[in-house]
Ligand binder design. Sequence first.
Ligand SMILES: Nc1ncnc2c1ncn2[C@@H]1O[C@H](COP(=O)(O)OP(=O)(O)OP(=O)(O)O)[C@@H](O)[C@H]1O
Length: 284
Amino acid sequence: MTHQTGPGTEAPVGGAAVTPSNTVAPVPTPPPDPGAALSLRGLWKRFGQKIAVRALDLDVPVGSFYGLVGPNGAGKTTTLSMATGLLRPDAGTVHVRGTDLWAHPVEAKATLGILPDGVRLFDRLTGLQLVTYAGLLRGMDRDTVADRARSLLAAMDLAADANTYVVDYSAGMTKKIALASAMIHAPRALVLDEPFEAVDPVSAANIRDILADYVTGGGTVIVSSHVMDLVQRMCDHVAIVGAGQVLAAGTVDQVRGDQTLEDRFVDLVGGRTRAEGLEWLRTS
Ligand SMILES: Nc1ncnc2c1ncn2[C@@H]1O[C@H](COP(=O)(O)OP(=O)(O)OP(=O)(O)O)[C@@H](O)[C@H]1O
């Protein structure tokens, strides 16, 4: 379910959205959903002159496999970073099963597993050391960490490279070890920014199976992706984000209607251009 403020709403000042007098008043936003795995309300983020996320609301139901899609620069990473405590919003709230993440970060973050995009790992550790370190940081006992680390490395097809330094991993292997590190404490929700980027098709299928099992077992997964076909097949819910706002959200069937998700995405987001002025690229 999404709720958006009116089109004339400006960036917030002092934490409140300001509406110019000559525009339509914003639709009042309902309070955060305490039953949702993740409930975002009125999130804003500005970088200099660029408003990356504007008045974004989103509810992710518990037990859903939720896809977040949008064109490059739409604000997906910024939204997920604010939703997981990595980037402080200029305004708005994030609730994780009713807990205000920015007011009670330790409590809220304990229930999340996070795969951020582009954040440096401790890559002078081996893969096994990195996953072990993630478990110990979460306060788990050594035996449980050792058991789970072994299982995760096997599931990610990294057992043979357990003792290789992460700095020497390929991009896909790095993605997989970061994912294993996000899962070691059996979080209640996984927030994964582009988890399949650079991952080979066999590993991607294995990861999809792991995530599907996790959802069947009551977990919630939120993934950002550019691959519409993958989201349509893998997710049960989807939000299409454009220019920092949610343009459509709901179950995949609700959002796509009688179109493919890709066609619906292009309809909502636009941006298809004819390649004019590139005649010089033709070789014959
Ligand atoms: N640290 C930053 N400083 C300045 N601008 C930023 C910063 N982070 C993001 N932006 C800008 O905010 C906008 C949203 O970026 P964001 O990375 O959230 O988009 P995205 O939807 O994740 O894009 P992509 O699909 O390409 O990864 C972009 O215009 C980007 O240039």
